[in-house]
Write a protein that binds this ligand. Structure first.
Ligand code: ADP
Length: 290
């Protein structure tokens, strides 16, 4: 038990939670933010802090995303208590999820829940606000079709960023253009689906009731196959997850072939966040489709 936080943060949290902070514990594992477990007279809470210039906007967007996902009542999502700038700096306060070990039926519950979540639809692809994926801004201007949204709001901004920072040669823009032309033939025409947006294994928790709890979203109304593609980028979730997803809402035939098209966005995000070998993976996807 220790109090390693500035008194102003502790006071602010105590005010928001309307309770004395009894102890503060470090939580490791985050990529971007500092995280703490706060033990209070009213229970346990999870605090994220960051002093970066976009921190308040990131926390506000994260809380909005969590709130949207929670409203679907499909998968458990931590309750948010405060997000954004406070007198003590930018923070995000939410319910602390008590974690446990995966047991039987975990993956089935997750797959089925995600399929139900994806049934949440909207009149167009996009979102009423921009948000973040990792620390990168994610634009969500509305478009009537998935190919238009995917090209203009997802791939093109990442391409421009990568070329500006010399992580990809400007000549790749031609191949991206060609891919944009092919998108209508590659991706099945489906309604906009509320997606988590950054669904890898670091962005869900296993609760002590064996429930999958989603965290750290980058939500938008997108193609539902985006979440499945992200979940497969690094090894994939366990098979029962995909089986149960498809039993609940089958995918259109040919998903395996078009999977890299959706993964291209996440690879581009990795190019822009981490550089290195990801540019080679981007080239391989382009080689395959162009
Ligand atoms: P970052 O935004 O820096 O990537 P994360 O959201 O991934 O941070 O959280 C950091 C750590 O805290 C991770 O190990 C994650 O498992 C854990 N965590 C995230 N949200 C909660 C929560 N609501 N309750 C308990 N632990 C959490």
């Amino acid at each position: 038990m220790f109090f390693d936080l500035p008194p102003t943060i502790l006071q602010q949290c105590s005010l928001i939670l309307d309770s004395e902070i009894l102890s503060v514990h470090e939580v490791s594992g985050g990529d971007i933010n500092q995280a703490r477990l706060l033990v209070t007279g009213r229970g346990r809470f999870f605090l994220k802090m960051n002093t970066g210039k976009d921190a308040a906007a990131m926390f506000e967007a994260e809380a909005k995303g969590l709130d949207m996902l929670r409203k679907t009542k499909t998968l458990p999502i931590p309750a948010t208590l405060a997000a954004g700038n406070t007198e003590a700096g930018a923070l995000l306060l939410m319910e602390f999820i008590e974690t446990g070990h995966r047991a039987a039926s975990f993956w089935e519950t997750f797959g089925e829940g995600l399929a139900h979540l994806h049934r949440t639809t909207a009149s167009q692809f996009g979102l009423d606000h921009s948000n973040f994926i990792g620390s990168l801004r994610q634009s969500n201007q509305g478009h009537g079709t998935w190919p238009a949204f995917y090209a203009q709001e997802r791939l093109q901004p990442q391409l421009e960023l990568a070329v500006r920072s010399n992580r990809l040669p400007a000549s790749e823009a031609l191949r991206f253009e060609k891919l944009y032309q092919k998108l209508p033939g590659l991706c099945p025409d489906e309604p906009p689906a509320l997606t988590h947006g950054d669904l890898w294994s670091g962005n869900f928790l296993v609760s002590n009731r064996n429930q999958p709890v989603l965290i750290d979203p980058a939500v938008s109304y997108a193609h539902r196959e985006m979440d499945l593609a992200m979940s497969r980028l690094f090894g994939g979730f366990d098979r029962p997850f995909y089986r149960s997803y498809e039993e609940t809402w089958p995918l259109e035939p040919g998903f395996e072939q078009r999977l890299p098209v959706y993964q291209l966005y996440y690879l581009m995000v990795h190019v822009n966040l981490f550089g290195g070998g990801y540019a080679g993976s981007v080239r391989s996807v382009l080689d395959r489709f162009i």
